[in-house]
Design a protein around this ligand. Sequence first.
Ligand code: G3I
Length: 377
Amino acid sequence: MRIGDPTPRRMGDLSQSGCKKAVLLKPPVTRRELIIGAAAVPAAAALGGGVAAARARVPFGAAANHHVLPTDQPYRAALARHCDVLVAESCMKWEIIRARRETYDYTHADALVAFAKTNALAVRGHTLVWCEANPDWVKTLATAREADHELSRHIERTVSRYRGTITSWDVVNEPIAEKPLSDKDLRPGQWPTLLGPRYIDTAFKLAASVDPTGQRVLNEYGIEGTSARDRLKRAAFRRLILDLKDRGVAINAVGLQAHLDGAIDVDVDGIAKFCAEMASLGLAVLVTELDVNDMMLPANHAERDALVAKRTRDFLGAVFAGCRPDLVCTWGLTDRYTWVPTYFKRRDGDKNRPLPLDADLKPKPMLDAIQHFCRGA
Ligand code: G3I
């Protein structure tokens, strides 16, 4: 059930919006090179079809849980078997790395990177700045100077530590208000309170100064559905991206988290249009955190899994209609480890089934749906 053949891969980077990298590509010889070559097809070529684009593969990745990675051997094997790319579900966030203000703890992040290297997987970084998952001491920062100092040293140290290994970072995560009232509504939090909305510009500038060739992603959730909230949030996300581009901010990619709701339709036309517009602006598009909330779906597993796969197909169909994404990444690989029940436990007491593999690591129809798109079918 792997995406692609099992030929050896070298640690490679995720492409940026591929055209820049195309000149560096040799004819693909390893699976990883094949994947980078695939992502290097410019969006316009992908839209126009063509033999190369039709055959191209899009890398598949999953968020890895650092709590269980060292000990759950079958889980490790499943990650190595199914993924091209890993992203840290939590261990690269401030709450882990910066639990204490004066120290940096990269123990778990290093372990994840080492595991990925051993298995020839690429790694994405998540996340350099977010208004959540921060240690309590961040709330004690009192001035713009202090905030700027902490943000700068965190980004400089973290990006430079993994430079050459992590070539794609979620630089700013979830910048838009949870339920925006207008398309200008940014998310409140300690960083915007102390630094103003320009905290976003600063973060991108810092990341670019440390690793100018890296992929720098603005990542957002709640923009995929047909609800009024999702549509307004997408409009706010779009507006922010256009403003950043106008201001010359060093953003070169956007991430659609895609925490889809099994009970709410995907805005297929809206997503396709959004992705096509991003590609036309020269921005790479990544699906960064795909999963399907099955809280309201039927109890029967086969029926539920089919609906989860359908929602996945609807969404990826829309994305691929608009552009060729650089990555499709799910937020976890297996129902064994998922954040979904933290907020969306089922009323019938059954376990959630939001991911491509079930809790026994068996592939579900959602994996087929992803492979259909990632393999360029
Ligand atoms: O740090 C403590 C650790 O010391 C302790 O051993 C452990 C025991 O439960 O808890 C640890 O903190 C937890 C942390 O994950 C690290 O695993 C937090 O309680 C828990 O709230 C936290 O949840 C994560 C959440 O982000 C906040 O960081 C979820 O696992 C993770 O799936 C979720 O991921 C987010 C993305 O980053 C952004 N998009 C939405 C997505 C889902 O909410």
